[in-house]
Design a binder for this molecule. Structure first.
Ligand SMILES: Cc1cc2nc3c(=O)[nH]c(=O)nc-3n(C[C@H](O)[C@H](O)[C@H](O)COP(=O)(O)O)c2cc1C
Length: 209
């Protein structure tokens, strides 16, 4: 996976081309032996076709936040939050790559959401899901409820892979990419529409919740 961080000044005046949208791609699985990097690499191959997107991959395998929440976190936890919170805050939009665990989404993702808050406000969230027969869709439907609480808007169209291991070759290439590529196009089209609309709205009138 190519992990890059971009935190640059946002300029978006009506007379100029809009500044690139900053999209945080969140890799939710931190499981040992996870399939997530294959899904992430495929999705990054889709975003690479959009030079109007500034991608920041936030891999939860690298951010080991404790599950015990605190209003007075230790210096160690503050340092972990400092690794992730400003990047969420800087994003105009999110794409969550989530597997399904026990008909829901991974605890690592809920933990990140519970440790954070306003970073998500008034921003769109898209989903790429994967799992068994349901392709992770049960995880996605539950996340829609969670992200409503975070003042975020979730994108209708998703990409979902059921039994993904059978669909990718040993080099991580999708064997029949036409349908998922089309799904990714719809997801990114809707995500960028909402991201521009909400960024413009917030520059005219800050979101106060
Ligand atoms: C603890 C656990 C629970 C799972 N529960 C489900 C499930 O309820 N439904 C499903 O379709 N797949 C389920 N799976 C399969 C995973 O979605 C699948 O293995 C996926 O590749 C896991 O993502 P990861 O390898 O990136 O962690 C489960 C896997 C694990 C490890």
């Amino acid at each position: 996976m190519d992990i890059t961080t971009h935190v640059s000044a946002q300029v978006n005046t009506p007379s100029e081309a809009p500044a690139p949208l900053r999209v945080a791609v969140i890799v939710a699985s931190n499981r040992e032996g996870r399939f997530a990097p294959v899904i992430a690499d495929w999705f990054l191959s889709r975003t690479a076709e959009h030079d109007d997107l500034d991608i920041d991959v936030i891999d939860l395998a690298g951010i080991d936040l404790p599950t015990a929440l605190s209003f007075n976190p230790s210096d160690e936890v503050k340092a972990l939050l400092a690794q992730v919170s400003p990047r969420l805050d800087a994003a105009d939009a999110f794409v969550v790559l989530t597997p399904e665990y026990n008909h829901s989404f991974p605890a690592s993702l809920k933990n990140l959401i519970d440790w954070t808050g306003s970073e998500w406000h008034a921003k769109p969230v898209g989903f790429v899901s994967y799992g068994g027969m349901s392709g992770g869709l049960r995880a996605v439907e539950q996340l829609r409820q969670v992200f409503a609480e975070m003042h975020a808007t979730t994108i209708r169209d998703t990409v979902s892979f059921h039994g993904p291991r059978a669909h990718f070759d040993d080099d991580g290439r999708h064997k029949d990419p036409s349908a998922p590529n089309t799904a990714a196009k719809a997801l990114l089209n809707q995500l960028t529409w909402w991201a521009h609309a909400l960024r413009n709205a917030k520059s005219a009138r800050p979101y106060t919740g």
